[in-house]
Design a protein around this ligand. Structure first.
Ligand SMILES: NC(=O)c1ccc[n+]([C@@H]2O[C@H](COP(=O)([O-])OP(=O)(O)OC[C@H]3O[C@@H](n4cnc5c(N)ncnc54)[C@H](OP(=O)(O)O)[C@@H]3O)[C@@H](O)[C@H]2O)c1
Length: 326
C-alpha cells in the first residue's frame, strides 16, 4: 500500500473551486482507532454550508466563531462508506476487511481516500442490503428526518404531514419514514420530481411554486425554510407542529424560547449523530421504512463539480462521490 492518498482541503470560504484535492500522507490509526479506506462519500448540504459560509440569516458569525473566521479550519467530508484496512492498538470492535459506514461530522476528513476514526465512535458495520453509494447516503438526511419526525414531532399513524422539499436528502428520507409510520404525506416538490415523491410514499404531491396546499396538517416539515411560522401557522391543525429543518437565528431562538405558540409547536435544532440514533436508523431500514435515495454519483476527482451541483439545493436525494477501486 502506498503511504500517500488523495484528500480534499478547503482553501477559503467561497465557491466550489475553494475545495481542492491534494496528496497527503495516509493517516495512521492511533490507540482505539481504525483506518478506513473510503469507497464513497456524500456531498451534503452541510458540506456546502461549511465550504461556502452560506448559512441561514444570523448564523454566519456563529459558524465562523466555531470553524474559523477567514477560512474553514475543518477538513471536507461529513460522512463515508468504506472498508476497514487498519487497526490501532485496542480497536477490537471492528475487523480488517469489514464494510463500514459512518460520520466524521463537521470536523470532516471523509473526502479522502483514507480516514481514521474511533472504533467505538460514529462507525458501524454496513448491512449487506446497502451498496457503498447507499451506505454513504444513509445517515445525513435519514438521521435528520428521524429525529424531527419521531423524537421532536412524535408523529403518529393517521396524522397529516406536509413535507416541503420532499425529494432531496432530508425530504426523501422524511417522506419514507413518515409514510412508514402511517402518516398521510403531502409532498411539495418541483414538477420534475412529482413521480419520485409518490414512489417515496406521498399520497398527494404539489408544486411548491403553485398556490399553497390546503391544510390543515398535523406536522409540517419545512426543509428549506420556505414555511416560516407566519406562513405555516394557517396550515397547522390545533396541536400541530412545525419542523424547521432550515431555520435562521430568529426562528431558532423563537423555537427554543417559546416552543409552544397559539396551541401549536415550533421545533428547530440539529440532529444527534449518536450511535444509538445511527442504530435506530439501521433498524428502520431493516424494517423496510427507509432506503437512502442516491441521485447522482461522480468520481472523487470531480468533488468541486459535486459541490457546485449540491449548492443549488435542488438535487435529487444524495449526491455521492466514489473513490477509485483499490
Ligand atoms: N437541522 C438539521 O439538523 C439539518 C440537517 C440536514 C440538513 N439541514 C438543512 O436542510 C436543508 C436541506 O438539506 P438537504 O440535504 O435535504 O438538501 P437538498 O438535498 O439539496 O434538497 C433540497 C430540497 O429542497 C427543495 N427546495 C428547493 N427550493 C425550494 C423551495 N423554494 N420550496 C420548497 N422546496 C424547495 C428541493 O426541491 P426540488 O429539487 O424539487 O426543487 C429539494 O427537495 C439545507 O438547508 C440543510 O442545511 C438541516
Amino acid at each position: 500500500m502506498s503511504d500517500v492518498m488523495q484528500a480534499a482541503r478547503y482553501l477559503a470560504y467561497g465557491g466550489p473551486d475553494m475545495v481542492v484535492i491534494e496528496q497527503r500522507p495516509i493517516p495512521a490509526p492511533k490507540q482505539g482507532e481504525v483506518l478506513v479506506q473510503v469507497r464513497a462519500a456524500p456531498v451534503t448540504a452541510g458540506d456546502v454550508r461549511l465550504r461556502s459560509g452560506n448559512v441561514p440569516r444570523g448564523m454566519g458569525l456563529l459558524l465562523r466563531a466555531v470553524i474559523g473566521w477567514r477560512r474553514p479550519r475543518v477538513l471536507p467530508g461529513w460522512g463515508f462508506a468504506g472498508q476497514v484496512v487498519g487497526l490501532g492498538a485496542g480497536a477490537t470492535q471492528l475487523a480488517i476487511g469489514q464494510r463500514v459506514f459512518g460520520i466524521k461530522g463537521f470536523a470532516g476528513a471523509a473526502h479522502a481516500e483514507y480516514l481514521t476514526i474511533k472504533a467505538d465512535g460514529a462507525i458501524l458495520p454496513t448491512p449487506d442490503s446497502l451498496t457503498d453509494a447507499e451506505a454513504a447516503a444513509f445517515f445525513f438526511g435519514g438521521l435528520t428526518a428521524a429525529e424531527f419526525l419521531i423524537d421532536k414531532a412524535q408523529l403518529q399513524a393517521g396524522q397529516r404531514v406536509l413535507i416541503a422539499g420532499a425529494t432531496g436528502a432530508v425530504g426523501s428520507a422524511a417522506v419514507q419514514i413518515a409514510a412508514h409510520l402511517g402518516a398521510e404525506v403531502t409532498a411539495l416538490a418541483a414538477p420534475r420530481n412529482h413521480d419520485l415523491a409518490r414512489r417515496l410514499g406521498a399520497v398527494a404531491v404539489q408544486d411548491y411554486a403553485a398556490s399553497p396546499p390546503n391544510g390543515p396538517f398535523d406536522v409540517i416539515v419545512d426543509v428549506m425554510g420556505t414555511y416560516p411560522w407566519a406562513r405555516a401557522r394557517p396550515l397547522l391543525a390545533q396541536g400541530g407542529g412545525l419542523c424547521m429543518i432550515t431555520a435562521d437565528l430568529p426562528a431558532s431562538l423563537a423555537a427554543a424560547l417559546r416552543p409552544r405558540k397559539e396551541g401549536r409547536r415550533r421545533m428547530a435544532g440539529t440532529s444527534s449523530e449518536s450511535r444509538a440514533k445511527m442504530q435506530r436508523l439501521i433498524a428502520l431500514h431493516q424494517a423496510g421504512a427507509y432506503r437512502p435515495l442516491v441521485g447522482q454519483t461522480l468520481p472523487f476527482d470531480q468533488l468541486p463539480r459535486a459541490h457546485g451541483m449540491a449548492q443549488t439545493f435542488h438535487k435529487v436525494g444524495n449526491l455521492i462521490v466514489q473513490m477509485r477501486a483499490p
